[in-house]
Design a protein around this ligand. Sequence first.
Ligand code: SF4
Length: 244
Amino acid sequence: MEQTIEDINKQIKHCTHCRLHATRMNAVCGEGPVPSRIMIIAQAPGRTEDKEANMLIGPSGKVFDNLLYSADLKRENIYITNLLKCFLPNCRRPRRDEMNICYQKYLQKEIELVKPEIIVTLGYHVTKFIFSQNGLKAPNKIEFKTTFGQLFTAKNRKIVPLRHPATVVHNSTNLKKLSIEYTILKTLQSKCTYFDQCILPEKYKNGLITKDLLDKFCHGNWKQCNRFYAYSEGFQPNESILPE
Ligand code: SF4
C-alpha cells in the first residue's frame, strides 16, 4: 500500500537513521497541502523550529511570510519542508551522508506525494543537493549567487533557487535583494501576458520548439523572455526571435 504523508511523518518523528537524532529536541515534519503546486525546501530546522517542532517559525519565519506575501502567496497554500528533518548542532553545515539518508528516506517520498510543479530550494546546500538529484550542474560557490531568483527546468519540473530568509535576519540590508529575487514566485503564478498573441505557443503545438522552452518562459519566468521584452516595449517581435 502506498505510504501517506502521515505515515512518513510518523517515521520522521522517531527517526534515528543518522547522527543528528542524538542532538535534536524534535524532528520537524513538512507542512502544507498534499498535493501542492509549489514545494519549498529549506535546509534544516533552526533552534526555534527544533524546540517547537514547526516549520520556519523563528525570526526567519517572519521574514519568510513577508516575502511570500509580497509575491501574492500564502503559506497555507504551499508545502514547506526541510532537506534535513533534524537540527544541525551549532548550526553547522549539513554532511553528505546526512543529506543522502534523509532525502532517500523522506524528502524523495514527500516529493512523490506532493507532486509539485515548482520546487523552490532555499540556500546553497539545498540547491546544490536538489540540482544533483535532477541532473543539473550547480555553478561553483562564487558564481552560485547568480542562480538565486532564476528558473531551471529538469524532469518536467521547475526548480527555483532562492536565498534563505535567514540571510535577512543576519543582515537586514539583504531584504531588498531577496524581495527582488522572490518576485519570480509571483511571475510563476501566471502565464506570459502576451501568451495569446505570441507565436511561440503555436510553434510548440507544431513541434517547432521544445516543452522545456515553453515551461521555462511562456509558463515560467516570462519576464526574462526577449519576446516579452519586445512586446512590452511596444514592438511586434520577429517570428525568429526566441526567448533567450
Ligand atoms: S536528519 Fe533525517 S535521517 Fe537524520 S535522524 Fe533526523 S530525520 Fe533521521
